[in-house]
Design a protein around this ligand. Structure first.
Ligand code: UD1
Length: 394
């Protein structure tokens, strides 16, 4: 006789309704926004019932570095703003972790995953908090490696990938990097370069160079080169920055340069007393620009000189020759297939390479695989069933 107090466990018990799927997406710095905007749009199209919370850590906070770019991309305002601001690496990373941990602990329904992009301090800080709380991490732009651990971003890349459950890559070589570091192959999906989705979508709206220069009180110099510098290795040391600017000054007598100055670089220029050096050359300093202004300047440039990662990719997508003022790149496809050349930081070499481009027109390049404007669709198509499968797990 069965004990009536014991309720038998029926194999046909109705399953409880799953909690609504919830994805927490993190942005922090300017280059994150061009990656996140198309992903949010694709998720809304492919999974309209998926709840998506957008969190901004506040690593970049100047209107030109954040608000203007949101507007240019037609991106919705963040649901949560942590307002962390600047600090040295340890302080900034710790503060992001402290504030993000509090949010993740309280958010209802609990997110099924945290999505991070790129390689900035916030990417690692939020991935680490999520992993320690047992919340799966999705990393977009996984597997890029410069092999140079002196770059803070390289440390952020390696560690974020180790913490991630789903790794979505932007170029084919990234997969081999991840496999070498022991990442299980089934976690890796080659979805393509989502930054190029934004570029393709926004290019028809790009601001003409003359209008950008007028807005900032300058005349358009006709043919020009576009210069950006913000890597600590190039700008934090006054002597290194001065040597670079001497070389670029020399080049500017042949090709005037437009130079939107990053806040970090502006501070170094001031501290090292280099503003007068710039004024002696045909180098026009501009404030940090909006995305549409930057696209317009890049598209019409004879040559781009940069130490940015994203601009190496964007110049390849636009077919504009690019000299990377670093000794390496984590985006080798831009060199192998695109318009990019690693110029290093030796002033004479930079000038010689730039002059060769002006003489010959530079590398023509071709568009790398899956830089086709549809990466966000593939990213959403990887994430949505993956999230659903995880929710079905006991
Ligand atoms: C960060 C990323 C870098 C990315 C870059 C894009 C890290 C380690 N670095 O570098 O990978 O390529 O963003 O721009 O995460 N500042 C302002 N206003 C702002 C933001 C920064 O004035 O809105 C100034 C502050 O003085 C700050 C300095 O710039 O200390 C550096 O900012 P930070 O966010 O630490 O690094 P970035 O150089 O912007």
């Amino acid at each position: 006789m069965p004990d009536p107090a014991i309720v038998p466990i029926s194999p046909t018990l109705p399953t409880l309704p799953a909690p609504p799927a919830h994805l927490l997406c993190v942005v922090a710095a300017r280059p994150n926004l061009m990656k996140m905007a198309p992903i949010l749009a694709a998720l809304a199209r492919q999974a309209p019932t998926l709840r998506v919370t957008l969190l901004h850590t506040g690593q970049h906070y100047d209107p030109a570095m954040s608000g203007q770019v949101f507007a240019d991309l037609g991106m919705r305002a963040p649901d949560i703003a942590l307002g962390v601001g600047s600090g040295n690496h340890a302080q900034q990373t710790a503060e992001i972790m402290r504030r993000f941990d509090a949010v993740l602990g309280e958010l209802q329904p609990a997110p099924g995953a945290v999505l991070v992009v790129g390689d900035v301090n916030s990417t690692l800080a939020c991935a680490l908090v999520a992993a320690k709380r047992g919340t799966p991490v999705i990393h977009v732009e996984a597997g890029l490696r410069s092999g140079d651990r002196r770059m803070p971003e390289e440390i952020n890349r390696v560690l974020t990938d180790q913490l991630s459950d789903l790794l979505l890559t932007s170029e084919e070589g990234a997969r081999a990097n991840l496999l070498r570091e022991g990442i299980a192959p089934e976690r890796i999906h080659f979805t393509g370069n989502v930054m190029i989705d934004s570029l393709r979508q926004q290019l028809p709206r790009a601001t003409p160079p003359a209008a950008t220069l007028r807005t900032h009180g300058h005349a358009c110099p006709g043919a020009y080169g576009l210069l950006t510098l913000h890597r600590p290795s190039n700008v934090d040391d006054g002597a290194q920055l001065a040597a670079l600017l001497q070389a670029l000054g020399q080049l500017s007598s042949q090709l005037p340069l437009l130079f939107p100055v990053h806040p970090r670089t502006r501070a170094s220029l001031r501290q090292a007393g280099l503003e007068s050096l710039l004024a002696r050359h045909a180098i026009t300093c501009l404030p940090p620009l909006g995305y549409l202004e930057m696209l317009g300047l890049m598209q019409a440039a004879r040559l781009v000189l940069t130490d940015s990662g994203g601009i190496q990719e964007e110049s390849t997508a636009l077919g504009v020759p690019c000299l990377t003022l670093r000794d390496n790149t984590e985006r080798p496809v831009t060199v192998a297939e695109g318009t990019n050349t690693i110029a290093g930081t030796d002033p004479a070499t930079i000038v010689a390479l730039a002059r060769a481009i002006l003489d010959t027109g530079g590398k023509r390049g071709r568009i790398p695989p899956l830089w086709d404007g549809h990466a966000a669709e593939r990213i959403a198509a990887a994430i949505v069933p993956w999230l659903a499968a995880r929710r079905a797990l006991p």
